[in-house]
Write a protein that binds this ligand. Sequence first.
Ligand code: NAP
Length: 293
Amino acid sequence: MDSIGYIGLGIMGGGMARNLVAKGFDLVVWNRTPEKMAPLVEAGAAAASSPADLAGRCDVILICVSDTADVEEVVLGEQGVIHGLRPGTVVVDHSTISPKATLALASEVAERGGIWLDAPVSGGSEGAERGTLAIMIGGDPDAVAAVRPILEAYGTSINHVGPTGSGQQTKLVNQILVVINGYAVSEALIFAKAAGLDLDRVVEAVAGGAAGSWMLSHRGPQMIERDWRPGFTIDLQQKDLRLALETADELGVPAVGTGYVFQLYRSLQAKGLGGEGNHALVKALEALSGIEL
Ligand code: NAP
């Protein structure tokens, strides 16, 4: 069986790595903050001393770190993957990063005989933990087929969408849908509150019809209960909207709704709320309306 390496054991990477170990894969892990490797090592994984060390021991390398510069650091940095990469290794990037920078990373890896797949995920911390993520992949179809059994350890919807970069572009499509849907849920609940309706009953009444959505059913009740714990933080959400707006600019396409939600999230970051869950978007509308859910 291939030896698999996992770089980045945060909320998402940690959950995916735990699923791999639980399903019997031979796993090597590396995390910048070494303490986060301990539970995985206890569960049976081996710890690497750097991304380069991990690359020298693995045939498939999975990455899930925060932003574009962080992927560049773990791949191209002084101790980066590139310095240990073996020819034929498939590098799968599960982080959400710039589609443009992805092309440059893929070509650096290809120059050393590796294959890059951009494979961002959706489904939140719950999806990573339960192994039910949606994975959208750009890159070589044969490489996608080769790693599919590994991705099935934590993904239930695995789609090859096109060439390198198209996985990241698809994830930005996903994020546009997520935030505008989150905005719709927020505005609808403020309206319901203003009308004096029972919010729990309203959600139940509309969730099964054409207005139903994952965002309404999962985050609507959290908004009503004022539970702002993050599945996905406002700061990370803003990072994705920045990428969506940059890419829309490169494409020359208007993204009015995305820009609007970006500014509302900015108002929450300015209040120090960037660490709260992205459903705290409703707080921006509470501030505009003077109505609290
Ligand atoms: P997280 O919990 O904050 O974890 C971030 C991970 O990246 C940590 O392991 C961190 O290491 C590592 N890291 C960050 N910068 C680094 C650098 N310069 N060098 C080395 N390691 C670095 O974030 P997350 O929620 O797992 O998100 C990770 C990625 O998945 C992001 O691109 C995010 O947009 C995407 N994503 C998240 C969700 C979600 O619901 N959370 C859903 C879909 C996609 P340390 O432990 O040392 O800090």
